[in-house]
Write a protein that binds this ligand. Structure first.
Ligand SMILES: [Zn+2]
Length: 288
């Protein structure tokens, strides 16, 4: 609130970041121009005026950059995550408007996949909403959302980082994209005795141990518990695609919990580097 007290200071910050290495006109590629009072840039060659938000995830934010910064701040720093209902009330905007903007922030929070989990990694799956009654273990006809999760542990078994992703079923075929995105081939992976992991042993170093009712995977179950309690604040009709966006947000925050000072700026930087994500695209993903 002190550093960015109003829309203009937020815009100034975006302009500083965007043209940090100099100006390049997005229309004609020319590199000379001047920055105007409203933090847009005027191109000397084609006279195009480019705003700091053009071509970024802040494109056409209707409720002002200050509120947008506040929402991005809450999402990246609040340890439990925040809902669009809370954000709407707090900043005087419609819940739907807040939700659309928050999907854009989540887009910026997607993993770059450049730093897969590479040390001791515990992997398991879970169902959102809990196991169905009367069915034990991995049921194939559940209608609930299935999620695979990998947690990287330190030598002292502290939780370092985690990723999670929606899966169709508990087969190696469904597990593979998650492993390819988020787990390094150098990692020492530990799972329970589920046979679905067997084919992955050709590529990954996987050890299987009995779960012993979760005793051997305490840290993993702590993360699962955190994900579940956070997802409870989210609409239950969330599509598969959107569920993944919530899981991205969860990982982004957890994996940077040691870097509380920089996480907000990192979020803003990523939003600035990302091309616009339009409402029509977000709506298309509702049914995926
Ligand atoms: Zn130009």
């Amino acid at each position: 609130m002190k550093v960015f007290p109003n829309d203009a200071s937020c815009k100034g910050y975006l302009a500083d970041l965007k043209w940090h290495d100099g100006f390049e006109c997005s229309k004609c590629g020319h590199d000379s121009g001047h920055r105007r009072k409203d933090h847009s840039y005027f191109c000397y060659k084609c006279q195009h005026v480019e705003s700091a938000t053009a071509g970024t995830l802040f494109h056409k934010v209707k409720f002002g950059l200050h509120k947008a910064f506040c929402i991005a701040f809450e999402m990246s720093t609040s340890s439990k995550g925040v809902s669009s209902i809370q954000m709407g009330k707090r900043f005087g905007i419609r819940q739907g408007t807040a939700w659309f903007f928050m999907q854009k922030v989540r887009k910026a929070m997607e993993s770059s996949q450049r730093w897969p989990l590479s040390e001791l990694v515990h992997v398991d799956e879970f169902v959102v909403g809990g196991q169905e009654e009367g069915k034990k273990g991995r049921s194939y006809n559940t209608k609930k959302t299935r999620i695979i999760v990998g947690v990287e542990l330190s030598e002292k078994r502290g939780i370092k980082r985690a990723y999670a992703q929606v899966i169709d079923d508990y087969s190696a075929k469904s597990f593979t994209p998650f492993f390819e995105r988020h787990i390094s081939k150098k990692a020492s992976v530990v799972t329970d005795k589920w046979t679905g992991y067997n084919p992955l042993k050709q590529t990954y170093d996987i050890t299987q141990v009995p779960s012993s009712k979760g005793k051997n995977f305490k840290e993993l179950h702590l993360v699962i518990h955190q994900i579940k309690s956070w997802l409870r604040t989210i609409p239950s009709h969330a599509s598969k695609h959107h569920m993944d966006s919530y899981l991205n947000e969860f990982s982004f925050r957890l994996n940077r919990s040691q870097f509380k000072q920089s996480i907000f700026h990192k979020t803003i930087e990523r939003m600035l580097d990302h091309k616009p994500y339009f409402h029509t695209q977000i709506i298309e993903n509702l049914s995926v």
